[in-house]
Ligand binder design. Structure first.
Ligand SMILES: [Mg+2]
Length: 384
């Protein structure tokens, strides 16, 4: 019997690193409680090319009131991470991620941008999707949550009236931005219009003070949300534990849970029933999976949250959730289809029947050209 062994793949060594600070216009204003967004969002795009010419893409999408600034992410990549990335073998991913943590504190957004670009390259050079590289897909579609965050509530109601018949079921209302009685009226209007056909979630984005929060939360509990996200500021874990114990509705930690260290504290103090997993908070797809191993063990499901990512980072998030069983509460990857007026992808990742469809193609499953890059965003700075 003849045994054939495939030729070893040529080392995918990074030959070129290009970093771009871009700004994309957005279609609708967003009021989130901590930092309203209107007009445009800035992000950093990363293009890595191997010596053989395989191109991988990454994106760092910080938010200044949450994780950091896009200008700092640009400097982190261009000045501090470049010496480690150029010349690196993409197959030594964990080694590179560990060295990046040694030379630069924080900057999770920049580090995950490098990781997704390397996974994109590894996927393309092996014919595997990033989800395959992360252990294989456990789901082919991810329920998509749309955030009700327009300062003009009537505009959001009109959107929901169009979206629900098109198959959208999951909506997350940004509460705590407007006065409580307005939130109550809006939640009532939503339940009146759509009844229990929709999966309603609430996100306070840290807006409540612990002093009065329990009264407010008991009020909104009557609308039977699937979860209440981050009612109080990040540091008030004891107050979060109080809500989690007292309310029937699960409490989800977002700002209180950036990474595995935060998660251990959330679990130790029983401060939440679920967590929001964001690549821009935890700084890596592998790190997100390691975090979810802890969360799974403690019985906490994950939710695929976002900041203001465009299509590249959301493609990475899509692959992560496809391959991570515990992130079972859906995702909010609605930016490219509903908010960004332009994105740099040739084609956006498909949404179907209220869900993000996980692409089957190698790597991140996206295509970007010089033309789409030019047409999709204003370029503020470029290096490499
Ligand atoms: Mg949140």
């Amino acid at each position: 019997m003849q045994v054939s062994i495939a030729a070893p793949m040529r080392a995918p060594v990074i030959g070129r690193m290009r970093v771009m600070l871009v700004e994309s216009p957005i279609r609708m204003p967003r009021a989130q409680g901590v930092g309203a967004v209107k007009g445009s969002v800035k992000r950093v795009l990363l293009q890595l090319t191997t010596r053989e010419g395989i191109v991988g893409w990454g994106e760092a999408a910080p938010w200044e009131v949450f994780t950091g600034t896009p200008e700092a992410a640009f400097a982190a990549l261009d000045t501090y991470l470049r010496p480690l990335v150029v010349g690196a073998d993409a197959r030594r991913l964990r080694t590179l991620m560990a060295s990046m943590d040694r030379v630069l504190v924080g900057h999770p957004e920049s580090k995950v941008a490098v990781e997704m670009a390397l996974l994109d390259i590894l996927g393309q050079s092996t014919g595997l999707s990033v989800a395959d590289l992360l252990g294989g897909r456990v789901r082919d579609a991810i329920p998509l949550s749309f955030s009700i965050a327009d300062p003009d509530f009537a505009a959001d109601m009109a959107r929901m009236r169009a979206m629900v018949p098109a198959g959208h079921r999951v909506f997350k209302v940004k509460t705590g931005v407007k006065p409580h009685r307005e939130d109550m009226a809006h939640l009532e209007a939503i339940r009146d219009a759509f009844g229990d056909t929709i999966d309603l979630r609430l996100d306070y984005n840290q807006a409540l003070e612990p002093f009065r929060a329990m009264t407010v939360l008991r009020d909104v509990d009557r609308f039977r949300p699937t979860f209440i996200e981050q009612p109080v500021p990040r540091r008030h874990l004891d107050a979060m534990a109080g809500f989690a114990a007292a309310l029937d509705t699960p409490v989800l930690a977002d700002e209180s849970c950036f990474d595995a260290t935060d998660l251990l504290e959330v679990i130790r103090r029983q401060a939440a029933d679920a967590i929001s997993v964001k690549l821009m908070k935890c700084g890596g797809l592998l790190k997100a999976q390691a975090m979810m191993a802890i969360a799974d063990t403690a019985g906490l499901p994950g939710y695929g949250g976002t900041l203001w990512e465009g299509g590249i980072a959301l493609a990475a998030g899509t692959q992560l959730i496809a391959a991570t069983p515990g992130i079972s509460l859906g995702c909010e990857f609605y930016m490219p289809h509903h908010v960004l007026t332009e994105d740099v992808l040739e084609e956006r990742i498909a949404n179907h029947d209220g869900a993000v469809v996980v692409p089957e193609v190698p790597g991140l499953g996206i295509r970007i050209s010089e033309a789409s890059l030019k047409a999709g965003a204003k370029h503020l700075a470029e290096a490499g």
